[in-house]
Design a protein around this ligand. Structure first.
Ligand SMILES: Cc1cc2nc3c(=O)[nH]c(=O)nc-3n(C[C@H](O)[C@H](O)[C@H](O)COP(=O)(O)O)c2cc1C
Length: 359
């Protein structure tokens, strides 16, 4: 099913930007995990529009409600259903999109596929769909943290050409959250914020890179051959709206080294195996090797710009479009909790699969 993700820990998201609301059903969550809305809301607040001057000004509180799957503050092992009501709906801000396709958005392809689309706010192609993923991801993160000792983080590493050097082994959540762009290097963050503000003023957009990190993953998670851990992470990241590329560990730059230079040498200490470098990004043969997992996801400069551009309309006539309304000049700060959520969903699924087959 195209709206579902995962095997043993399986989520199904639903909802459009301008429908009644958006939500998720989580099936396969372990029982007896302490869980209330207070565990979910902080991540939704980090994803929320209107959270700072560099994101879309759409005003949504995004208050989550758990409808099923818990009793007396604990998970039951039954499906957990969660939702958020859509509040700040302004279909009139999108009327041009009813008849014209925004260049590089999903308007044309949805029309070509379904012959119908909710053009208000982008319908299901809106990043509001990711509310369900972030809510489910908050549960996955809690399970990973409390039952497996795994920490999942993400941060903005690059905005266009402005880049930060961050050590994935040492990066701290507090440093990531210390500024509105979510880059743990505050001096670089200032430059990023200035660039995004400039984009907002000129009605343009800008992209960049989010790095995802998982620390404390034991050796052994991941399935040969089609469900390699990095293949599932790649699919998870490339399923996020506006993502354009994925690379793990040394990624594309690995081609600059020889095998001798690139290999991660094994050592053992106190009965534990480790590697002296981590160009593999914590995964070998599709299976975690016990080192920190780190990878990068590139997000494009999003399509909706306040600049006149060539396009076609639903009658396939050449025309132009200049978007109005409320949009993100840069999606990176809000993409951080989405990357965390998708990482946690992949890892918890593989943790459960490892338990089912090998323990
Ligand atoms: C956090 C976040 C916010 C987004 N906000 C916008 C936006 O304001 N305007 C826009 O055109 N696209 C936005 N997008 C991207 C669109 O949802 C996406 O480009 C669209 O679904 C088409 O998919 P594609 O770009 O992956 O091909 C956002 C994406 C993310 C991750």
């Amino acid at each position: 099913m195209a709206n579902s993700f995962g095997n043993l820990f399986r989520i199904t998201t639903w909802g459009e930007s301008h429908g009644g609301g958006v939500g998720v059903v989580v099936d396969g969550c372990s029982p007896r995990l302490a869980l209330t809305e207070a565990d979910i809301q902080p991540d939704l607040d980090r994803r929320r529009p209107g959270q700072s001057k560099i994101v879309t000004p759409r005003k949504e509180a995004d208050r989550v409600e758990i409808l099923s799957g818990t009793f007396e503050g604990k998970t039951l092992g039954t499906p957990i259903s969660m939702w958020v009501r859509n509040e700040d709906q302004r279909p009139e801000a999108y009327t041009e999109m009813a008849t014209k396709f925004r260049p590089s958005h999903a308007d044309y392809t949805y029309q070509a596929k379904f012959g119908i689309r909710s053009w208000q706010g982008g319908g299901r192609t809106s990043a509001r769909e990711t509310i369900g993923r972030v809510a489910a991801g908050a549960i996955a993160k809690k399970l990973l943290r409390e039952r497996y000792g795994v920490e999942v983080l993400a941060y903005v590493q690059q905005v266009q050409k402005i880049s930060a050097e961050i050590d994935p082994d040492k990066v701290k959540f507090a440093d990531i959250e210390s500024n509105i762009v979510r880059c743990p290097d505050s001096a670089v963050a200032e430059k990023m914020i200035r660039l995004i503000e400039k984009m907002r003023r000129t009605g343009d957009t800008v992209g960049g890179i989010v790095t995802g990190v998982a620390r404390g993953v034991p050796a052994g998670w991941g399935e040969p051959v089609f469900d390699r851990l990095e293949a599932d992470l790649a699919k998870a990241m490339l399923s996020l709206p506006a993502s354009k590329a994925f690379e793990i560990g040394s990624g594309f730059s690995s081609i600059l080294l020889t095998g001798t230079q690139h290999n991660d040498a094994f050592r053992a200490k106190g009965g534990k195996v480790y590697t002296t470098t981590n160009r593999s990004g914590g995964i070998q043969g599709g299976i975690s090797n016990g080192q920190t997992i780190y990878f990068r996801t590139a997000f494009k400069p999003v399509a909706t710009v306040m600049v006149e551009q060539d396009t076609v309309d639903v009658d396939l006539k050449n025309t132009t479009i200049k978007s109005r309304g409320r949009h993100d000049p840069c999606v990176l700060p809000r993409a951080v909790p989405m990357v965390e959520a998708m990482t946690a969903l992949v890892l918890i699924d593989h943790a459960l699969r490892q338990k089912a087959q090998c323990e």
